[in-house]
Design a protein around this ligand. Structure first.
Ligand code: FCB
Length: 456
């Protein structure tokens, strides 16, 4: 391996977070209840019984966190906006204090020369909309478009890259299919409705963005762009058995193609339509929907962490797969460490589109030790190795001609990892939840050096 690996001059080195995972302040300044605020109060759903009520208390500590970002030398910061801070009941009267928080955050980023990358929806639907059916209700897509339009008009030009959704697969299949995420519904027969309404809401937001044409307030900033963030993980059969191969193909369909095909080819994949139709599950497509969903976007964000192996699941014919551990070492999530997931995810995207690509999330949880006695650093050699090998994979993709524009580490600091609560630490900065002290891990130092020399 060449040990002087440089990246393109404008490569966007970033870090990613999500509102519910870091902000806390769950009921402050007029914020409405989200489906996660409701869900975490159900006994037993979060592994360690924790909630995001406080999380990293970022809502109050964002200035300190901005300073950490600046010290890291980040070129971009990807965060999400909590819809119920802006519209506490999902629609109607906007909440000025909610918008003001994101304005302060975005101003702080500009002051530090960090490009804001904002996701409109990272799974925290206003509970009031869930009470009317949530994403099973087409009306939610229309409300989402209003919420997006409001933000584009107010702060559209201040944000470099807008992403409509984060991983719609997870919202649909974990939120409404197996119930592991909020709103905790186990209604597999509803998932295609949810998928379709999520995709429709994406398209309607893109239309609103094109109509608004947000202009940056500062002339030195490039025009804002809009795209979506997809989870793209490679899928392998557990064996050569035809049933296992079918399982891998089916899950690749459900997790990847079910979203990529409508977004870039304006249709749902025929094999999946048939698969679901046999179970009397249909996407509620109305005339014109696929044109709205499939309109051009400016970039595609890809979240990728590992690959998965699948065996045919004889007992669960709905999703048809049983995950089988791969042969390589694993992270604390049990995810195989497989740097080529980056290459394979980028290749998958390229089968569908030639627009610019970003790795919008990549990173790893490990059982980190506490900070050293002097409270100076947390030694996390496994995460350092993980990041280096995955960033090296980005370099290989670039060398092969891939139009990869940036890499965002998941995540800036340890935070609330959904159903795993506070038990899984993905941060390059250590969060001491008792004191809210942030301590840089070795990986933060290494990432800062990578950014500073623009390479490995
Ligand atoms: C992704 C999510 C993100 C985080 C990482 C570990 O699927 O987008 O919020 O939980 O996984």
């Amino acid at each position: 391996m060449n040990n002087d690996i440089r990246f393109p001059a404008n490569f966007l080195w970033g870090a990613t977070t999500a509102a519910y995972q870091i902000e806390g302040a769950w009921n402050e300044d007029g914020k409405g209840e989200s489906i996660w605020d409701r869900f975490v109060r159900r006994p037993g759903v979060i592994i360690d019984g924790s909630t995001g009520d406080v999380a990293c208390d970022h809502y109050h500590r964002y200035v300190e966190d901005l300073d950490h970002m600046a010290a890291l030398g980040l070129k971009a910061y990807r965060f999400s906006i909590a819809w119920p801070r802006i519209f506490p009941t999902g629609s109607g009267q906007p909440n000025q204090r909610g918008l003001d928080f994101y304005r302060r955050l975005i101003d702080g980023l500009h002051q530090r020369n960090i490009a804001p990358v904002a996701t409109l929806y990272h799974w925290d639907l206003p509970q009031a909309l869930e009470d009317r059916g949530g994403w099973t209700n087409r009306d939610t897509a229309l409300r989402f478009a209003e919420y997006a339009d409001y933000l584009f008009r107010r702060i559209g030009g201040e944000v470099a890259l807008w992403a409509t959704h984060n991983e719609p697969f997870i919202q649909a299949f974990y939120g409404y299919g197996n119930g592991e995420n909020a709103p905790g519904k186990r209604s597999p027969w509803q998932v295609l409705k949810v998928v379709h309404h999520l995709l429709l809401s994406h398209g309607l937001a893109v239309s609103a963005f094109r109509a608004t044409k947000p202009q940056p307030a500062r002339t030195d900033l490039p025009p804002s762009q809009i795209g979506i963030v997809m989870m793209i993980w490679p899928h392998y059969p557990a064996s050569d058995h035809p049933a296992d191969r079918k399982a891998a193909q089916r899950i690749d369909g459900v997790m990847n193609r079910l979203f990529l095909e409508p977004l870039f080819r304006r249709r749902y994949p025929a094999d999946l339509v048939a698969h679901f139709a046999r179970r009397l599950i249909f996407a509620p497509v109305k005339p014109g929907d696929m044109e709205i969903i499939g309109q051009p976007i400016d970039f595609l964000g890809i979240n990728t962490y590992t690959r998965l192996f699948h065996a045919f699941n004889w007992r669960e014919p709905f999703l048809l797969t049983k995950q089988v551990p791969g042969p390589l070492p694993k992270t604390a999530m049990g995810w195989e460490i497989y740097p080529d997931c980056i290459i394979e995810a980028l290749q998958k995207a390229r089968e569908y589109t030639s627009i610019p690509l970003y790795i919008t999330e990549n990173g790893a949880a490990f059982d980190d030790p506490p900070p050293d006695p002097a409270d100076q650093v947390v030694e996390d050699p496994d995460r350092v190795a993980y990041l280096r090998s995955h960033i090296e994979a980005c370099r290989r993709a670039l060398a092969a001609g891939c139009d990869l524009r940036g890499y965002f580490v998941w995540t800036l600091m340890d935070n609330f990892e959904w159903a795993k609560g506070l038990s899984k630490r993905f941060g390059i900065i250590y969060t001491d939840y008792a004191t809210q002290r942030r301590v840089w891990k070795r990986s933060a130092h290494v990432y800062r050096d990578i950014i500073a020399r623009n390479g490995l």
